[in-house]
Design a protein around this ligand. Structure first.
Ligand SMILES: [Zn+2]
Length: 585
């Protein structure tokens, strides 16, 4: 009797967990209407419009305050425990008190910007660590041009944990993970609400990360279910620490106590972790690095280097950008180069322990002022500038182009069409497979033309080209990459747009051979064909294909081939996009 009662209880609680986040609502209907694009921009136009990109760049670089960051971090620390299941009633301790404080700060920024920043909770229900009701804290800065309703999301989680995922009693300061990301979002809400952007910016401080990304899942589900278009998602998690622990989640830390305050890792998804696949997430990451190098570093005393990472997160770890990426939104994660621990929560590593404090008072005698920082406020400040400037540029940027690529002799011709022709100012980013580089090797700028000529052919390099529209000196995101790929036959070049055909196997063959065609998860192609031609160019076979995301296998039987060399080609919409040679013996 007693045993079956517990079994039923277990089933009920399991079912409750499986429901995911339910009743996802915004406490402020005004914020909802802005996110949906249903508002009059005139209602949110400041009395003095500051929207010049240089003004915003300098304003952010000079505006982020190290003292504000320290004060905010110490305030957050004072709540003792921010576990998702912790106290929601107390004014001095637990997750309820901290989220009310964040809400109060957003409301203060609102008062400082003519009430243009709209503040709301996002409520959702789910049983997490014994709490059934949870709140993200949001601030929305409405864009002033609603013709394109794409919004931008800046995110950081404010919950913390100790070794026990549901330990609501421990002291859990979470300064590196993720007080740093929390104050990053808050400080940019404060500064950026002074300016006017074309696109709406959502500043999102979210909960439930440490138990399973639940706050970000609720937010991304809500936006997706309501068809909100998102241009970019920046997730900041572990963004202020500079010291390696005994352990850390790779790639990153060079060794115990190593210090690095000049590098940041930007993680983003690529199919199969292959640099060749087209990835809007990687294109977003490249955009960030471009601006760091060209716009921000010249203004910093200590320049920053962005390490583009091929994987979506550290080995064995995950983060709040992933639910957004899974729903098709371009999303990246910013994380310090060095981390103090691997998340296991075992001292002396500080991550997920009571040791994740801001730093130490090392004065003799102690003067109660922290003077040795684990979370370096200067490093955090530079990371906030990195986020803010890029967010600002993206919120002013035109849409990315949809150009046509073609080859004329050894020259790549990029033709801009329709709406893209109005800019007459473009940048072409090129990276080469040989260098294995995730970042652009070269950038060309074109002005007063709508057809771009690049003499790139005749090389044995495999290269990727993408184009950005430029409006008022602000680049759009770069478009999907075009693959300039020389192959063996007369140096033909292929545009594979994320479709890769491998050499047939076996080759040579007598009875049968197989072709593998791999497509990225953006491609589902109905009108493809495998075309076999003989050495005179005569078509021997034309095999219609459908190509699905992932690996597609095509088997070719020798049903009457004469011995000799053949060319095989993959065509999509009657365009040859890949060719190779095979022989029958
Ligand atoms: Zn975290």
């Amino acid at each position: 009797m007693k045993k079956s009662f517990y079994i039923i209880l277990t089933i009920i609680s399991f079912a409750f967990q499986c429901l995911g986040q339910t009743n996802i609502t915004l406490s402020n209907p005004e914020a909802q209407q802005i996110l949906f694009g249903n508002y009059n921009p005139a209602d949110y136009t400041p009395s003095v419009i500051i929207n010049h990109p240089d003004s915003i760049l300098h304003g952010i670089v000079n505006g982020v305050s190290k003292d504000t960051l320290i004060n905010y971090l110490l305030k957050i620390d004072s709540y003792q425990n921010r576990n998702t299941g912790s106290d929601t009633v107390s004014e001095t301790r637990g997750i309820g008190a901290v989220r009310r404080w964040i809400q109060k700060k957003y409301s203060e920024y609102r008062a400082e910007c003519e009430n243009r920043l709209v503040v709301s909770y996002m409520d959702f229900d789910m049983n997490i660590c014994g709490q059934s009701h949870h709140r993200n804290v949001l601030a929305v800065l409405p864009g002033l041009d609603t013709t394109n309703k794409e919004i931008l999301v800046l995110m950081g989680h404010f919950d913390t944990r100790c070794q026990g995922a549901c330990d609501t009693a421990c002291y859990s300061p979470g300064m590196e993970d993720n007080g740093s990301g929390t104050v990053l979002v808050m400080e940019l809400a404060r500064i950026m609400s002074r300016y006017a952007f074309d696109h709406t910016i959502l500043f999102a401080t979210v909960t439930g990360e440490d138990q399973g990304l639940y706050g970000a899942k609720a937010l991304s589900t809500y936006l997706k279910n309501n068809n909100v278009q998102i241009r970019s998602v920046f997730n900041n998690d572990v963004i202020g620490g500079i010291i390696c622990g005994q352990t850390s989640s790779p790639p990153g830390c060079p060794g115990l106590n190593a210090i690095d305050s000049t590098h940041v890792r930007v993680f983003s998804y690529s199919q199969l972790n292959d640099t060749a696949w087209p990835s809007p997430h990687k294109q977003l990451a490249r955009y960030i690095r471009l601006h760091q190098e060209e716009k921000i570093n010249p203004l910093l005393q200590t320049p920053m280097t962005i390490d583009l990472i091929i994987t979506e997160d550290r080995t064995g770890r995950s983060g709040d950008h992933i639910p957004f990426r899974q729903k098709g939104y371009p999303a990246i994660r910013f994380t310090s180069r060095n981390e103090h621990g691997n998340g296991a929560g075992i001292p002396p590593d500080r991550q997920h322990t009571t040791g994740d404090i801001l730093g130490l008072d090392t004065s003799v005698p102690p003067d109660a002022i922290i003077d040795s920082f684990y979370v370096d406020p200067n490093y955090l400040r530079r990371n906030i500038i990195m986020n803010g400037v890029n967010l600002g540029y993206l919120a002013l940027a035109p849409p990315s182009p949809t150009p046509e690529f073609s080859l004329s002799g050894d020259t790549v011709v990029i033709t801009m069409h329709d709406a893209d022709t109005v800019y007459k100012h473009y940048r072409v980013g090129i990276r080469s497979r040989h260098s294995g580089s995730l970042y652009f090797d070269t950038i060309f700028t074109f002005t007063n033309v709508t057809q771009l000529h690049l003499p790139l052919g005749g090389s044995d390099e495999n290269r990727y080209l993408s184009v950005a529209n430029v409006k008022n000196n602000v680049e759009s995101l770069f478009c999907a990459e075009y693959n300039l790929l020389p192959v063996g036959i007369g140096n033909h070049l292929m545009n594979n747009w994320g479709i890769k055909m491998y050499q047939n196997h076996p080759n040579p063959f007598t009875e049968q051979t197989e072709f593998i065609i791999e497509a990225s998860d953006y491609y589902n192609i109905r009108d493809a064909a495998l075309i076999i031609t003989d050495i005179t160019g005569r078509t021997i076979r034309n095999i219609p294909l459908q190509i699905f995301p992932g690996k597609n296998q095509v088997t070719l039987n020798n049903d009457g081939f004469v011995k000799g060399m053949y060319t095989y080609s993959l065509s999509v919409s009657d365009k040859i996009i890949a060719t190779g040679k095979m022989s029958v013996y």
